[in-house]
Design a binder for this molecule. Sequence first.
Ligand code: PFF
Length: 468
Amino acid sequence: MADNDSSTAERGAWNSKLGFILAASGSAIGLGNIVFFASNAYQFGGGAFYLPYFIALFVLGIPVMIAEFSMGTMTGRSFPMALSRLVGKKGEFVGWWSLGSALFITMYYVAILGWAFCMMVGAIFGLMEPGATAPFDPFLEPSAAPNAQVYFFGLLASWWPMLAVLAVWGLTLVALWKGTETIEKTVRVAVPLMWVFMIILIVRGVTLPGGTDGVMYLFTPDLAGIAQPDVWKGAFSQMFFSLSLGLGTMTAYASYLPKDSDQVNNSFMVSLLNCGFEYIAGIAIFSMLFAFALNPVGGTLSLSFFAIPQGIAAFPFATKVFGFAFFFLMVMAGVTSAISLVEGMASAVIDKTGTSRASALAMVAVPGVIGSVITTLPFIVDPGLGGNGTVGLNFLDILDHWAFGYSLLAVGLIECVLLGWVFGADRLRAFVNQHSKLKLGAWFDVLIKYFIPAVLLTVIVWNLYLDL
Ligand code: PFF
C-alpha cells in the first residue's frame, strides 16, 4: 500500500479561499522576509539586489509554486505521497528527504524565533536603551546593557532563549492542534496584524530625518552590482526559501483545497503578497539604517538583532513601543511559517501511516524541540566565533549551511526534473490550465524542464566549489 487512504476523510479542508491565501502567505512571509532578505539586500548593495530578485520571482518562484500547489490538489496528498502518486517510489524518497531538511530548518528557525521573543520582551522593559541595566540571567551578575548588541550577546550567553524556544514551540503546536481549523483561526488574526505592524514601522522609518536616503539606496538600480554573478545566486536561493518552496509545505497546504482550485491565481497572489511584504520590510529597515547611519558588521542576524534595535532605541519617542512592534512582528511572521513547516511534516506522517494528528505532531515536535533547544544552548552559541564582535552561531550555521545551501535547492532541482521529465511538464500544465483563468503557455514546460533545474544545479555546484 503506497499510502493510507483511510486518512482522506479527516485530512481537513480550508473553510475558504481566503483562509488558504492567508495560511500560504503566512508561511511564505517569515524571518526570511525580514531578517534574511534585509541582510542579503544589504550585503549585495540594495539596488543591486532588487532587480535580480524580481526576475527570480517570475522565472523560478511562481512556476515552482504553481507546480507545488498543483501537486497538492491533483493528489489530495502532502509532499512525499503526492510525489509517490505522480512519479512513483523515487518521488516518495525525495519527499521524505525534503521533510528531513524541513525538520532541521525548523530547529534553527524556531531557535531564531526564541531570540526574537527575548528581544521583544527586552524591548518592553527598555533593556536595549542606553544606560539600561539588564538582569537577563538570574545566574549572572546584573550587567549594564547600554545597547542592543550588548543585550543580545548577554542573551545568547543565558538560558532565557531556551525558555522562549519552548514558548514558541508551544504556540506553534496550539495553532496546529486541530489542523486546518486552528491554523486558519491563527492566520486570520496574525497575518493581517503583521501587515499593520509593518506599515506602522515603515511610516516611522521614512519620517525619520534621513530615512528616505535608505529608500533611495534600495530602489536605485546599481548596474555594476547587477552584473555580479553572486547577486543572482543570492537572489535565486533567497527566493526559494522565501516562498517556502522545496520543503513540502506548499503542497501540504494545497492538498486541503478543492481539486478545481485555480493554482495560477493562487500562486500569483501568494508570491506577490510575499514579495510585496519583503519589499516594504526593506523600506522600513533601510530607512532606519540610514537615519541612524548604522553599519551592521558581519553575521546574518546582526542587522535585525542589533543594528535596527539600536536605531529604535535612539528614536525620539516611544522607543519601547517600536522595539516591541519590530520583534512582535518578527515572532508572528515566524510562527506562521513554523506552523507550515510542522504541518508539512505532520500531514505527511498522517498520510503515510494513518496515525492520529496528535501522535504525528509529537513525532515531529519531539526531535524539533530538542534541536531548537540545542541550537540556543549558551555553550553551543559562541558569540566570539565570528571575530570582530559578530555572532558565530556554530550549530545554527552548520544547519543553515547544509539545509539551506544544498538540501533545499537539491530537492527543488530533483522535484522539477521528476515533474518535468517523468510525470511530464505538459501533463502538469494541462491539469493546471483546466482550472485556471490565466492559461500557462509552453514557456512553463521550458522553465520546469530546463531553466530552473539548470539554475539550481549551477547554484549547488557553485556552493560546492566555494566549500572545497
Ligand atoms: N518562507 C519562510 C520565510 O521566508 O521565513 C521560511 C519557510 C517557511 C521556508 C516554510 C520553508 C517553509 F516550508
